[in-house]
Write a protein that binds this ligand. Structure first.
Ligand code: MD3
Ligand code: FE
Length: 203
């Protein structure tokens, strides 16, 4: 169940399954305070993925650009706190991939409906690239694109399904990556949705 795509990119198949019900309960509480919303890019395009955050910082995008912000721009209030379950799961996964003492302070929550996608990008808004990013996939499957250090580099295609946890760090931390448009599908607990949590150390 442990697949090494590269020394810094480790897939832990089904690692979140034992706590999926608890994660979904926490997400419902988070969405009641900080609802999922489609952010816009600085160019004015509406993102097909709906997003929210929990933790000390949240990733936000608007006409002014993207950044980490301690406040939800829609409510003006702080993001809901990061559930202990999320930080524990992330630091256990990171440790299994060789990153000890990972303490995330930000969790971006992405919700995909069929057809939603994420184009190739790098995650470089965090301060310390020596800290990994841990991702948790729930719901309907997605094809994840794991590219190289340049946008033009050929990308590997990896299927990520319900309960899969991936740790991205070290030399792979700045690789281009994305998600192909989701195919129509239904999951017993999430319906026609995919939810991806990315746990990060923003500052
Ligand atoms: C590889 N999300 O939110 S998670 C993102 O499935 C993002 O929602 C995707 O890319 C999703 O920024 C992919 C997997 C992931 C996250 C960060 C990475 C892969 C990564 C950073 C470096 C390399
Ligand atoms: Fe990303």
């Amino acid at each position: 169940w442990r697949e090494e795509l590269s020394p810094g990119a480790v897939v832990l198949r089904g690692f979140a399954l034992p706590v999926e019900g608890d994660i979904l309960l926490e997400l419902e509480k988070i969405f009641s305070v900080a609802p999922l919303r489609h952010m816009v890019t600085s160019g004015g395009f509406r993102m097909s993925v709906a997003m929210s955050n929990c933790g000390k910082y949240g990733w936000v995008s608007d006409r002014a650009g993207y950044r980490y912000d301690a406040a939800d721009p829609d409510s003006g209030k702080r993001w809901p706190p990061m559930p202990a379950l999320f930080s524990t799961l992330a630091s256990e996964a990171a440790a299994l991939a060789g990153f000890s003492d990972f303490k995330p302070d930000a969790c971006l929550i992405n919700r995909y409906d069929p057809g939603a996608r994420m184009s190739l990008h790098q995650d470089r808004d965090e301060r310390d690239f020596s800290q990994p990013i841990v991702s948790v996939s729930l719901g309907i499957p997605a094809v994840f694109l794991f590219g190289g250090m340049r946008r033009e580099d050929k990308a590997m295609r990896i299927s990520l399904t319900h309960g899969d946890v991936v740790v991205w760090g070290g030399a792979d931390r700045l690789r281009y990556h994305g998600v192909l448009p989701l195919k129509m599908a239904s999951h017993p607990s999430l319906g026609e949705h995919r939810i991806n949590l990315t746990l990060r150390k923003a500052t």
